[in-house]
Design a protein around this ligand. Sequence first.
Ligand code: BTN
Length: 264
Amino acid sequence: MRTSRVAPDLESAPALVRARGSLLGVPMHLLASTTSTNDEAKHAAKQGAPSGSTWVTEQQTAGRGRQGRTWVSPAGENLLFSVLVRVACPPSRLPPIALVAGLAVRDAVATAAPDAQPKIKWPNDVLVEGKKLAGVLVEAITAGSRVLAVVIGVGINVHTRDFPEDLAGLATSVARVSRRPADRTVLLADVLSCLDRDLHVVVGRGLGLLRARLEGADALRGLRVRSDVGDEGTASGIDDGGRLLVRRGDGVLVRWSAGEVHLV
Ligand code: BTN
């Protein structure tokens, strides 16, 4: 199902994004409901939608997270969107792209909630005080071994104050960590302009200079971590390829490139 009316605050998003001169977020499609904005973007990519096209919705009936998880968000409360970016690059650039998307979300949340100290939990969760406030799902459109385009899907908890029991200790929102009322349109425009500025740098050259910004926001650095397959060590930064650096107990520095990380 796909319907097309959003709350008045989001109606002004296309104008704000255009006024800022961002190439991402143009054109912007506002949907009351859809299965998943990532699905909208992937479908439209096949129909020739231009780079920068963005889908924003109030509600997803089949929202997806990383690792096959579902992304559940009460209708009308949060910010759910996907951006289609036509970038030709090797698959090795995908982890840096995902990280830079997480950084854009982190920076926008830091502006929306100046009292909070949002951090990035590798690969691209945004946490405040150890609780998840936002997640990013990057999916690639490929031809053979080349990436032709990416869909960057973002879910930010904005207004939700009461989370279901199973998430209460794990999730938070802008409303919970800020004393000011959260503005979804400004948050969206901030993420898009930050991504617009940084994405092509990373596609062309890898993380490079952005590593310093990532390091300043790294939620894991110095902490004991465990991978899905039971490897353990101390998180020691992120390399140029977007891999997590982990110092094992025997002193060897290893690189983790996929999967979830758990604090020990
Ligand atoms: C994660 O943390 O696992 C990533 C969550 C990404 C959720 C967003 S909501 C908008 C977009 N559409 C989806 O189906 N998923 C992403």
